[in-house]
Design a protein around this ligand. Structure first.
Ligand SMILES: Cc1ncc(COP(=O)(O)O)c(C=O)c1O
Length: 489
């Protein structure tokens, strides 16, 4: 059998040398389940059998099965063994794509956003399904915390100086290695460390535009990006976006014919809030289109490493041969937002973007940069990401089950292949800003749809996050939300 052959090769090609033996074995079995070598419902080889074939100990195989079981890939049957779980992706009814492009619009919703963000700090005990926070309590982050405290004691005055304007070399080297997974061959000299992804995006916008200019965005669009547009006095041109394959290239082309556009700002891989990933051929086609109109792309890739698939999808930057794409990302979603460490690879706009980063914050704090560099170098990042991917995928499947159970029929929802955000389109009569106030009174925070547009086209939509709250609490909150929606009908 094929698995026997692969077992003797020992490390299958998707595994890194930094993985423990049981992790390698689990990854190899998962790979074979993905490839349907083991079908849903099929019994896996016994522990003893695998131990002999793969020349590893019984406890290594048991640990590997434990990992697969925790991720929902296999299930134990008493006195029988381990069986492959059904892996069929759920197929919910997806939200509809807006049918028209609204003309370039001044963004003016800081008051709404401020209200939503301030509320976050006011309500102890609330279940926050509205904030896009990762699971920062994960045990796989503990080694990072230890590195931070060790470095605080051992690294001396280096922590107290400004480091290189581009950020610490150790971290830029590690980021260059991670970027290979996204298909990007970047040298450390092409990477600048920023205070989160937000600083990369806003510095890039300021480098590329003057107040009054128009910027293309996908729609719905992350409200932080809209705020960067508002703060610079720009107009947003919101292009209809499909919840599975992303921005409509046809609508974009028509819009570019009609309006003068200075830049395009997109999150094409594991989008916030829709969760889509543009297929590679559409990513390439987008780049061709932007080249034709000579428009730069700011590519926000902050969720890219949280793809449930390995290898993760390619960044558009990986197709860029002329420095047109400014790639922005951070560790805010993959590790922890409080670290405030991001990066930008600005291509041909490097000097201008650096100028804007310089006047924004000069440099970035040294301690978290060095700690993250060590964490990546020791294999901790890899380990953490793999764990989070399978946890978040399980979270997605549970959320979809709860939506089906607790929400009224007519609810539409996305089915992302990475990250931890869902976008729901509720029956048309529901006003989700009002729903948000009612939900807060019942101890549940949500992000209402119109935060994600400069218009009011998402009045009956919400975004929910499922990463950083225990599942029992989320289920109770989903039941409350479902009741509130039903009451409004
Ligand atoms: C798409 C997107 N870009 C940027 C950011 C901001 O990232 P950071 O916290 O690294 O500044 C977020 C945070 O929610 C986001 O979702």
């Amino acid at each position: 059998m094929l698995y026997l052959i692969i077992c003797t090769v020992k490390i299958y090609e998707g595994c890194t040398g930094l993985m423990k033996k049981y992790e390698q074995l689990a990854e190899m079995l998962r790979h074979q389940i993905d490839k349907k070598i083991f079908q849903p419902g099929e019994k896996l080889p016994s522990i003893r059998h695998l131990s002999e074939q793969c020349r590893v100990s019984i406890s290594t195989v048991q640990e590997a099965f434990r990992l697969l079981e925790a991720a929902g890939d296999v299930a134990a049957r008493p006195k029988s063994g381990f069986y492959v779980c059904s892996r069929q992706s759920p197929t919910p009814t997806l939200p509809a794509m807006p049918q028209y492009t609204t003309k370039p619009k001044v963004v003016n919703n800081w008051a709404q956003i401020r209200h939503a963000l301030y509320r976050k700090n006011e309500m102890p005990g609330m279940v926050y399904l509205g904030m896009a926070n990762p699971d920062v309590a994960a045990p796989t982050l503990k080694p990072l915390q230890r590195k931070i405290s060790n470095l605080a004691h051992s690294a001396g005055v280096r922590m107290l100086h400004y480091d290189h304007l581009f950020g610490c070399m150790e971290l830029r080297q590690q980021i260059a290695k991670i970027a290979v997974d996204a298909g990007c061959g970047l040298s450390p000299d092409e990477i600048m460390i920023t205070n989160g992804c937000m600083e990369g995006v806003s510095s890039s916008l300021r480098a590329l535009t003057e107040p009054g200019d128009t910027v293309v965005v996908d729609s719905p669009c992350f409200y932080g990006s809209l705020q960067a547009i508002e703060a610079r006095g720009l107009k947003a041109l919101e292009i209809p976006t499909d919840p599975q394959i992303g921005i409509s290239l046809e609508a974009l082309e028509l819009a570019l014919d009609q309006w003068q556009v200075k830049a395009c700002l997109l999150t094409p891989t594991i989008n916030n809030p829709l969760g889509y990933t543009m297929p590679d051929e559409r990513k390439r086609a987008l780049l061709v289109l932007l080249r034709r109109y000579d428009i730069p792309l700011i590519e926000d890739d902050i969720y890219g490493d949280l793809s449930y698939e390995t290898p993760r999808p390619r960044a558009i930057k990986s197709f860029d041969t002329e420095g047109r794409v400014i790639l922005c990302s951070s560790f805010s979603k993959s590790l922890a937002p409080g670290l405030r460490i991001g990066w930008v690879a600005p291509g041909r706009y490097q000097h201008d973007v650096m100028h804007m980063k310089y006047v924004s914050s000069m440099s970035t704090s040294t301690l978290p940069q060095l700690a993250i560099a060590e964490f990546i170098g020791s294999g901790g990042y890899d380990r953490h990401i793999r764990k989070m991917r399978s946890n978040y995928r399980r979270g997605r499947d549970l959320m979809l089950e709860w939506i089906e159970r607790y929400f009224p029929s007519g609810t539409r929802v996305t089915c992302p292949n990475g990250g931890y955000l869902l976008w729901l389109e509720l029956p048309e009569v529901i006003d989700t800003e009002n729903l948000s106030d009612l939900a807060v009174e019942r101890g549940v925070g949500i992000a209402f749809g119109n935060l994600f547009t400069a218009t009011d086209k998402y009045r009956n939509s919400i975004r929910l996050s499922y990463a950083n709250t225990p599942h029992e609490k989320i289920e109770a909150a989903m039941q409350v939300l479902g009741e509130l929606v039903s009451e409004q009908l």
